[in-house]
Design a protein around this ligand. Structure first.
Ligand code: ACO
Length: 430
């Protein structure tokens, strides 16, 4: 039975009854959909601090306990036992696939990896030092111009083809952006390889010599991708939902998500963490750096720390930190000064009253850049890697939204604080 709340307007005495909707896990959500009609007021919640923007069955986070579930499965178990494409399928379909279904999904993804040759020409229009996120968001948006035969969002088969295409082609587009920045020839996808091995091959192979894909690197990438695959209604996923709620073509919605991810408060943090570590330089400078972070009115943040939802360890950060030891060791790079520096920085911050009192812990991005660097991926590509992984989540959320017969355009309201009605003054009287 749902709990009822009463909201009383103390001036007029009018009372509204509000239902608290219960999910399967997590706090109830007050249903305020009739409040404006009833009381003539809006609710005000900048930054969505206390607002559930949608109902969803995909991912659950308990930020106090540090729990993350994809379709009910703890991320730790998936990281230990699953693969990125299996997780992508789980997120999209809602249940773990059978052997047959997984193999069909993998086969479909690995046979949609090529992009239209004309689409590759877009890269020639970009300056060599364009940020890869700028290139990727632009090229993803342009995909609707090439694949417009399957953008009827009301057709389930179109939706399926779109979702396979975007998951399959994003690594190809990312690799093209990277090769463009290096001035190297583009390397075509190889469908005989697994998803992450193919990506490494497209990134690092060159036509003049053989390239051996390191299975340790491919496995590490796959694991990072599982951890980044979804995170419920984060800023980029909410952006995909908002853009998609207008009925826009799905490539445009994903491109909007890529753009939202780029910000340093979100997916851009992985690049910013490495910049920060390089700026700190060595452990002797940690105290000086943290003093700058803590200074009143300072705009300096400890990047890779803090999260809107986690007020405890981000479970993904814990996995990535232990993964760093294993991967760096296997790659023969265990003597890694940046990893040493980040471990010490975490240790100092977690004992510091400033971070303790604000419940600031390492998030997913504090350690991910260490691994990307060890794999030879440059800093400017870190957020692109995040975007490729998060595409599975974006697609799952977009599908959940557009398959809902009650889908509504997202249209928030505002508290207007601008001037009241003014009369136009001719220019000579101003
Ligand atoms: N370093 C220093 N202080 C911080 C940090 C940080 N990383 N994060 C939060 N704080 C402080 C704020 O200054 C504020 O202090 P105050 O109460 O004295 O004013 C308090 O903690 C609350 O911070 P808010 O910014 O209000 O928290 P919010 O939930 O809005 O922000 C965010 C969350 C954006 C992630 C923030 O913690 C941050 O900027 N972190 C650094 C960037 C980062 O790592 N982003 C990646 C997040 S994970 C992801 O998106 C993949």
């Amino acid at each position: 039975m749902s709990t009822k709340f009463e909201l009383k307007n103390l001036a007029s005495g009018k009372i509204s009854q509000l239902d608290a909707l219960s999910g399967t896990l997590g706090p109830d959500a007050l249903d305020i959909s009739q409040l404006t009609k009833d009381q003539g007021v809006f609710t005000f919640d900048p930054g969505f601090m206390a607002t559930a923007s949608t109902e969803s069955k995909i991912t659950f986070i308990d930020g106090d306990a540090g729990v993350l579930l994809y379709r009910g499965y703890p991320v730790e178990q998936l990281a230990d036992k699953s693969s990125y494409l299996e997780v992508a399928n789980l997120l999209i379909e809602g249940q773990l696939p059978t052997k047959l279904k997984l193999s069909a999904f993998q086969n479909s993804i690995m046979h949609h990896t090529m992009v239209n040759e004309q689409l590759l020409r877009f890269f020639q229009g970009f300056h060599h030092n364009a940020h890869p996120m700028a290139m990727v968001s632009a090229v993803v948006a342009s995909m609707a111009a090439f694949y417009h035969d399957t953008t009827d969002i009301n057709d389930p088969r179109h939706r399926e083809i779109f979702s396979h295409r975007i998951i399959a082609k994003l690594p190809t587009i990312a690799a093209a952006a990277y090769k463009h920045s290096l001035g190297q020839p583009f390397v075509y996808p190889r469908n005989d390889l697994r998803y992450c091995a193919n990506m490494l091959n497209m990134f690092f192979a060159v036509p003049c010599e053989p390239y051996a894909i390191d299975p340790v690197a491919a496995e590490a990438l796959d694991l990072l991708f599982i951890l980044h695959a979804d995170h419920e209604q984060n800023a980029s996923t909410s952006t995909v939902r908002l853009a998609g709620s207008t009925g826009a073509n799905p490539y445009a919605a994903i491109s909007a998500g890529v753009s939202a991810l780029w910000g340093p408060a979100h997916g851009g943090a992985n690049e910013a963490v490495l910049d920060m570590l390089l700026g700190i330089g060595s452990v002797e400078n940690i105290d000086k750096f943290l003093a700058r972070v803590k200074a009143k009115d300072s705009n300096v943040r400890l990047m890779g720390f803090g999260h809107r939802v986690y007020k405890n360890f981000d479970p993904r950060a814990k996995i990535i930190r232990s993964m760093c030891y294993r991967v760096l060791d296997k790659l023969g790079k265990s003597d890694n000064p940046l990893f040493e520096l980040s471990l010490r920085l975490e240790e100092v911050a977690l004992k510091d009253e400033y971070f303790v009192s604000r419940k600031l812990y390492p998030n997913v991005d504090f350690y991910s850049g260490i691994i990307y660097s060890a794999l030879g991926i440059p800093r400017s590509m870190f957020t692109v890697m995040f975007a490729i992984a998060r595409t599975a989540g974006w697609v799952a959320h977009w599908l959940e939204m557009v398959s809902d017969p009650n889908m509504k355009i997202s249209r928030p309201r505002q508290l207007y604080t601008g001037p009241k009605k003014l009369d136009y003054l001719p220019i000579e009287k101003r």
